[in-house]
Design a protein around this ligand. Sequence first.
Ligand code: ADP
Ligand code: ZN
Ligand code: ZN
Length: 723
Amino acid sequence: MTHWLSILVNTPAHAQLGPVLTYQSEHALAPGTLVRVPLGKRETLGVVWNVAPSDATGELDSGKIRAIAGTLQGVAPLSSAWQQLVTFAANYYQRSVGEVALAALPPQLRELSPEQMQRRLARKPQAAKAQEASAHPAPALSPEQATVVAQIEAAAGPFLLFGSTGSGKTEVYLHCVQQVLAQDPQAQALVMVPEINLTPQLEERFKTRFAALYGEDAVVSLHSGMTNPQRLKSWLAAHSGVARIVLGTRMAVFASLPKLRLIVVDEEHDPSYKSGEGARYSARDLAVYRGRLDGAKVLLGSATPSLESWHQSRPADQGGRYVRLHMPSRIGAVANPVNRPGAVLGLPLVRRVDMNHQHRKAVFSIPLLDAIKERVLRGEQCMVFLNRRGYAPVLHCGECDWKSECPHCSAFRVFHKIDRTLRCHHCGFTERVPRACPKCGNPDITPLGRGTEQIEEHLAELLADIRRPHSVSAEFPEGEPPRVARIDADSTRLKGALESQLAAVHAGDVDVLVGTQMIAKGHDFRRITLVAAVNPDGALFSSDFRAPERLFSLLMQAAGRAGREASLGATSEVWIQTFQPAHPLYAALKQYDYPAFAEQQLLEREQAAMPPFSAQALVRAEARTQEAAQAFLNLASASAHTHMPQWEGWAEVLAQITLYPAVPMTIQRIANVERAQMLVESPSRQALQQFLSGWQSLLHATRAEPDCKGLIRWAIDVDPLAI
Ligand code: ADP
Ligand code: ZN
Ligand code: ZN
């Protein structure tokens, strides 16, 4: 008997419904079955999407419809909840279901031949084996932790765990995972982190805790730093139920977990949960949706929640949908309540240095420099961060005003002194630094502004007159000038570099660590007692309305690196060098008062009708010329106004939509490609969704307009993070 099947494949994303093709099969196959199907002249991976009923219309002609090539034997069908998740994501983010579904599967499922797959599956992972003694027993919960855990048990969620850095959030995650796994021998948990490479300690904590309980294979990772064979192995372990815990980055939100009971999203505010290509999904938001589909509890955690999540967790009688949980105190702070005037219990004291009273060109104010020296002489560590890598952002000729522009981008190339190059951070174009000004021949070209390389060099000079008091290893003896080290995207390019640099900090071989936001996140540095932000003001004046939110969170994160050792906590400090010492953002930071900061920001957003009080999407266009990019967007906008009112019921949808004029993107040209964008806004998320789904066909049609010649590509970004 012939069975008709609708099968999803990934052909180039086009129509929003996506390519669901009909095939025939001799055997009945369940929805979710992975199959190989002929497509044109090649064979590709497909997913049985639904089983077409009988051939009711009589149109299906078995002579014309191709047969599937085979099934992926030994791989169970994907669950219907997984299919629903993928369908929702595709619709919400305006991509085809085929694209989203196939991209969510490990690449090797597509690439391996059936024979190779068979061999791979034959290497069955060991079934999880419980062992009685745990190498790292869980600590007894603190009173705050115990309260929060009880609240999570008692309600359905989703939960937003608002807890200071070092308040023990990770321990709460571990505890909740352990409980869920103990309740049901098949239950699974998904734990998401922003960037796994930056938090190797977290991975280690989960692995040691749960390997001891459930065996080595119980915890698997899923992130883009893994090789394809590793990814397939983790994916299969999760899909087959052997893995009980998946620890991963945003891509893990699509992992197949047949018995998912808990989803944790750590640092839920982190922008890296939002994908920057293909379907631009928010893994945080999808996690909340997925929790409902799978009947899994969802726990979001952060010391500085996103304003979206904060707003969602307002009291239920004001419309809040998340349960807000609070852990204000640092672990150990209550037992060790040494506190200084002006400090918040157990947290580093925040000090603002008014740079208006410092020498105009000073990078380090005198009091900050003195404080760093004092710490170093006491054998403590300091951390200095600046969000700009390289030596200087621009090289400049004072004679003719030449600047190190990138010939391919509307941006300057950054001066890297270490290898004497000018590098474009957008397109990668790199050249050796010219000996003299390329325009006028002046040999005296100078760096403008500063980056981490320069801070590192400068600080080493400023500290050259003091001597480190202690010796950690023979390699770094006492009595030498302090060691200044730098960690940023440049210093960590080589595999393993980040790990070894972090190890040096942990070992005490480094006295002052300089870096970008990379060092502000997550690391459990035990001996750092002073953290300084050298020049954070820029974000206060950014045109991006999310810049203050990001700055506040970054500074709180950075503060979280200081004084993690309880005995050092009481004397630790965070220094902010600023020309705006009275700015409310810094005032809230001094009090560690995230709620006050959030209330003020949300008020501003409400008055300006910005997210979360409105829904936004961006359409971005790339073209050979700026004119073509903008013409495409403006014509598509006009097309909506021409056509939609004629579609039944659509005038009301359009009336709720604001289409702004097309504008060049902040960096207008990258690698010789011109970029423009158009903001689409609505007070109603639903109206925006409906509008976008209807607009797709008009956007596709607009592409063919003569004025759009030179258009390369366009894409919709729903809930964009950077505008
Ligand atoms: P967060 O994730 O909020 O930054 P962590 O869970 O990493 O906090 O906890 C901070 C430190 O306190 C860690 O070193 C952790 O091992 C320790 N810790 C957490 N909970 C407890 C507890 N209940 N008892 C003792 N130590 C704890
Ligand atoms: Zn010149
Ligand atoms: Zn460039």
